[in-house]
Design a protein around this ligand. Sequence first.
Ligand SMILES: *Cc1c(COP(=O)(O)O)cnc(C)c1O
Ligand SMILES: [Zn+2]
Length: 415
Amino acid sequence: MDHVINLKCTICGAEYGANEVAYVCPKHGDDGNLDVQYDYDVIASHISRESLAANPDSTIWRYKPLIAVEPDSPVPPLHVGGTPLYTAPRLAALLGLKHVWVKDDGVNPTASFKDRASAIAVVKAREVGAEIITTASTGNAAAAMAGLAASIGLPAVIFVPKTAPPAKIAQHLIYGARVLLVDGTYDMAVELTLQVAKEFGWYNRSTGYNPYMTEGKKTAALEICEQLGWQAPDRIFVPVGDGCIIGGIHKGLKDLMALGWIDHMPKIMGIQAAGSSALVDAWERGLQGWEMTPQPAETIADSISAGLPRDRNKALAAVRETAGSYLRVSDQEILNAIPVVARNTGVFSEPAAATAYAGLVKAVEQGLVASDERIVVLLTGSGLKDIRSAMQTVSTPPIVAPNLEAVKAVMSQQA
Ligand SMILES: *Cc1c(COP(=O)(O)O)cnc(C)c1O
Ligand SMILES: [Zn+2]
């Protein structure tokens, strides 16, 4: 990996060779998240905006020279990334805005943004010769890992809270992963997975521990800017749990600034559920990630329920360094957003994904957004992941006898 300089601790700045440490800064134990540092001259000798324009590969691997994997590492066959960025004029009009886009990451192979990171994880696992890959997850990361691992025949063991939505657990099982339902919170599953992976020598994909997950998640930022003709947006709304996606978006944008491919840094808006808003609190109080302590986490948006966000250092830097904001939205606001987004864009979001749009509504209410700003809302997962929550937002349809008269009677009532 001659394009990778080293791995830098997000707490103390210590730098390590990529072969020297596997996951975290030894001085800071499991909290010492590392950030991959690149040699942008080497990258620029392998990839350019022009070479990308001529590249027919629409997966995340079109950006392979910008990702910390060996250039000749085989990549999994599933089509990860290359997700659509839709203009959303009706959503924009609802809010009095001029330019809103939604990025539909629910169309990834396992129906969430997590495929971007899991695709990198299985490549890294193979690079180090791991025989088993494992992760803790609220559900989507494990579904993504199970699917990507299945695509290359790598055995997977996953730890999810027993309360995970059934559709997600179905994915884990159908892809053939070994599933252990943890009798506890997501945060407990994370701690358990750290212990288990060390004990058995399994490759650990867990978010905010494995430094390479950021590098997969950043591909969404690369895509957004490329899809907008390298005219970076002004603001990007990101739903935040552990903070790996938001850190990844920031990383991708920093890469593009370093390469000179975009001319300004978008403001990054981190949106959390009010019941799981440790990062909003830390941002408001001016805390550093390493000063944060575990908090209770309870929200209908299961994918962003995290009491001690694992990627908190990168997550706080993303908002602070781009002059963005952290905002909290209630579970009711999240639920309300699901049908609004669906009816005005055709994209059906799970609660965590709709949280990004609920955050845009809040930002407009608070006067944080100018009407002519170019805004991207990241829709991170499909609504089919959590039907129970979606059904709370709609009324029960009438049951009709199978004849024309009955239909006429119902239609006249509803007119
Ligand atoms: C994981 C996830 C998020 C949040 O990502 P973090 O990296 O944990 O902040 C948001 N939406 C969906 C659908 C997710 O699966
Ligand atoms: Zn350190």
